[in-house]
Design a protein around this ligand. Sequence first.
Ligand code: PHE
Length: 344
Amino acid sequence: MKEKLDNIIKNAQAELSKAENTKELNDIRQQNLGKKGAFTELLKSLGSLSPDERPQAGKIINEARMMFENMLTEQEKKIKSLEKQIKLSLETIDVTLPGEKSSIGSAHPLSLVRDEIENIFIAMGFEIAEGPEIELDHFNFELLNVPKGHPARDMQDSFYVDETRLLRTHTSPVQARVMTTQKPPIRIICPGRVYRFDEVDATHSPVFHQCEGLVVDRGINMAHLRGTIDVFAKRMYGSKVKTRFRPSFFPFTEPSAEVDVSCYLCGGEDKNCRVCKGSGWIEILGCGMVNPNVLKMCGIDPDIYSGFAFGMGIDRITTSRYTISDLRTLFENDMRFLKQFQGL
Ligand code: PHE
């Protein structure tokens, strides 16, 4: 028995010193301590010894086994640290390699202009509200005083998803949504994407962007609208510009107006101006006092509250701001075009 054990230990020692990795180590563990391992077999053979011999034999087997286990742990430590060293040496970073340049993109011109508009109104105390692009007819038309069959629907033909839902034709449904869920005072702008059944050309796109504004409170009148728009125009186009209001019509505002800003480039002096085409004015938005019917339909008492609303096209402002001659370039994502806005 003693001899057998010495042999096992000798063999194990030899094997262990040859082992180079964890797998080999595990194999050796299995060969000796596993179900059919050398130690296990020996322990099994204890049954064939006489009861007197058994305790003594068991003891030496266990001692040898402990010895083997110690050797195994020692070797395991060595191998682990070796493996770690190899791993670390493979993972070293060569700091002299040239770095990988990550190219930083730039904001899209539409986003630049939208941010600018947002900042001007946020500074005046407005909050930003959002709504879904697939909108209910109810909010896009009905609550805005445009019932079924109203001729204003023709001008805003759109893509219908089903009987009740369509791609919103303006950002005005957001004002209806806000009025039905919030109590005055309300002071919001809602920038967003809108859709109309328009043929694509240099100045039209079936997808474009608007920014709607809405103020509802006690005692709001046309002077507030006039002042707000004038401040906006001066911050957007420069302190020298003037604004003018022309009477217009929108079903959801009464009275309604269209607003022109005096040409920020030529000030009306250049008959061939590329921005105002010599007229001296640029149309920037539609607006008006919120129609009392709209207030009522949205659950706001028009005898207590009044409000104004306005809506502008972000795409047009963008094309004139950066002298972009073709609206389509805003949607084509041509890197040569977009790169020109880097750093703005
Ligand atoms: N929603 C209108 C449009 O798309 C613009 C507008 C908004 C006019 C608010 C008046 C008041 O044409």
